[in-house]
Design a protein around this ligand. Structure first.
Ligand code: 5GP
Ligand code: SF4
Ligand code: MG
Length: 464
């Protein structure tokens, strides 16, 4: 998901709509905006679909006045379920101090247990979302201020969370103690901005200030930014997959350009898994920077052998298998004139179920390619993510049940190679690779080492 908030500007909701538009790649199912105005109080709008189709309509934006606003773009992690509007964030709750709204990116791994406990004690849930627990925990806290209540609530929550929240007068940002999901601080005029990624600061002309630190809570008012550290300090474990796929290539993470990191992954991949061929082609758009790096390092010419229809979204986010299967052809087409008779290296960011790779291979062979070699910019995805990225159950992950050679046979390609975990760490700037005792990132979907025990899932029978 993508989260965004702004304080201290006129028509804050307009800034939020723009910010969410720049974060649309993080979630395309739905979007929501909450704002506060001293006369009109809290207002909100939640809609299915793209931000640009909903939140630029003047009639809607006029109902969202005020200088303080937050928003959310939703990427369903409940995979397959029919989406319902009451699950669309931000969530708002009215309690003794005038209420608060919150938008959450990540996943709470003990949400089932918390929900059961809260319902037993009388909480009335409005949605199916794990994030709603936080509002109820805040409402029940005995602390005197909303930020203190939020600290109280979050100390009971396990898992990954970046949060943007608001009260009538404050904008609040938090990252979980491991800092799994991103959150950055920016400044626009006299106002302040919180955003999942820096690309959404650019769109409103805000200046990038810094990242919110893992375990940090910032409380922002007209007087400025105040930092709190509510959690026991821990070594951070940022999601390495943000670098590979999730973030936009024009964003900056940890002072590194995401584009440059991805190009570096391609360079590592070309060193680890060279192959004699005529062309390096990206699977657009997610494989493009890595393909550029691969071509650069190998000296094999880069070519746009596959063309993407810009009017389709990301395939992965389509909820059903059937649409996903169709989706590849609706979205990608082979550039026959380039491919015919050529030995082609295809570079993609990841293989999850293998549906995309299979379809693409068929299309490339239909177009007359002589050989097809897959090079993948992440290690085999063998484990599900429980921290906010929608990977399917383990059985559906190709790499969970097959070796690399079996996957190659399954995809029926001439060769298939994934970047090593160490190679990926080098590409993100860890010169010595992965520290096996204390890994610098979360890489659970590749290693199976979960930095936070997924307790709800274990209760449901998931085996580590
Ligand atoms: P599959 O192998 O299941 O057909 O899909 C892999 C493709 O889905 C990749 O090309 C990747 O760009 C895209 N993708 C989109 N969202 C995600 C995600 O959350 N995780 C992974 N691993 N891949 C994703
Ligand atoms: Fe990121 Fe993978 Fe960890 Fe999920 S499991 S947070 S996708 S690195
Ligand atoms: Mg892709």
């Amino acid at each position: 998901c993508g989260i965004f908030g702004v304080i201290g500007v006129t028509d804050a909701a307009n800034f939020v709509a723009l910010g969410l538009h720049a974060l649309q790649h993080r979630g395309q199912e739905a979007g929501g905006i909450v704002c506060h105005h001293p006369e009109h109080g809290f207002n909100s709008a939640r809609r299915f679909g793209y931000v640009r189709d909903n939140f630029t309509k003047q009639s809607l934006m006029e109902t969202l006045p005020g200088a303080l606003s937050i928003g959310h773009v939703r990427y369903s992690t409940a995979g397959g379920k029919t989406p319902v509007i009451r699950d669309v964030q931000p969530f708002f709750g009215e309690f003794s101090m005038g209420g608060a709204a919150i938008a959450h990116n990540g996943n709470i791994t003990n949400a089932d247990a918390l929900r059961r406990e809260l319902i037993e004690r009388g909480s009335i849930f409005q949605s199916n979302s794990d994030s709603e627990c936080i509002i109820h925990l805040m409402a029940r806290s005995l602390q005197r201020t909303i930020p203190e209540r939020m600290e109280d609530a979050l100390r009971r929550v396990e898992g990954a969370f970046s949060i943007v929240a608001m009260t009538r007068t404050k904008l609040i940002g938090v990252r979980d103690p491991l800092g799994v999901r991103p959150l950055v601080l920016g400044q626009v005029g006299d106002g302040w901005v919180l955003s999942s990624e820096t690309c959404a600061l650019d769109i409103i002309g805000a200046k990038y200030v810094r990242e919110i630190a893992p375990g940090e809570m910032v409380v922002i008012t007209s007087k400025g930014v105040e930092s709190h550290y509510p959690f026991r300090p821990q070594a951070s474990r940022f999601c390495i997959f943000e670098h590979v796929y999730f973030s936009r290539p024009d964003s900056i993470i940890g002072n590194r350009s995401v584009y440059e990191t991805r190009r570096q992954i391609g360079i590592e991949l070309a060193r680890e898994a060279p192959v004699d061929a005529d062309l390096v082609c990206p699977v657009p758009d997610s494989g493009t920077p890595a393909a550029i790096g691969f071509s650069h390092e190998s000296g094999i010419p880069y070519a746009m052998g596959i063309i993407r229809n810009q009017y389709m979204g990301r395939t992965f986010i389509e909820p059903t298998e059937q649409i996903r299967n169709m989706g590849v052809r609706l979205k990608l087409n082979v550039n026959r004139a380039l491919i015919e008779g050529k030995r082609v290296i295809l570079v993609d960011d990841s293989v999850v179920r293998g549906t995309t790779s299979r379809k693409i291979k068929e299309m490339i062979l239909d177009a007359g390619a002589a050989e097809v070699h897959f090079r993948i910019a992440s290690p085999p995805t063998a484990w599900p993510c429980f921290y906010g990225v929608d990977t399917p159950n383990r059985e559906k992950l190709l790499a969970a049940t097959m070796s690399e050679e079996e996957m190659r046979e399954h995809l029926a390609v001439d060769s298939l190679k994934f970047i090593s975990l160490d190679g990926l760490y080098r590409a993100v700037g860890e010169a010595k690779g992965r520290d096996t005792k204390c890994p610098q990132y979360c890489d659970a979907c590749f290693s199976g080492e979960y930095p936070v025990t997924p307790s709800d899932m274990i209760e449901k029978g998931f085996e580590l």
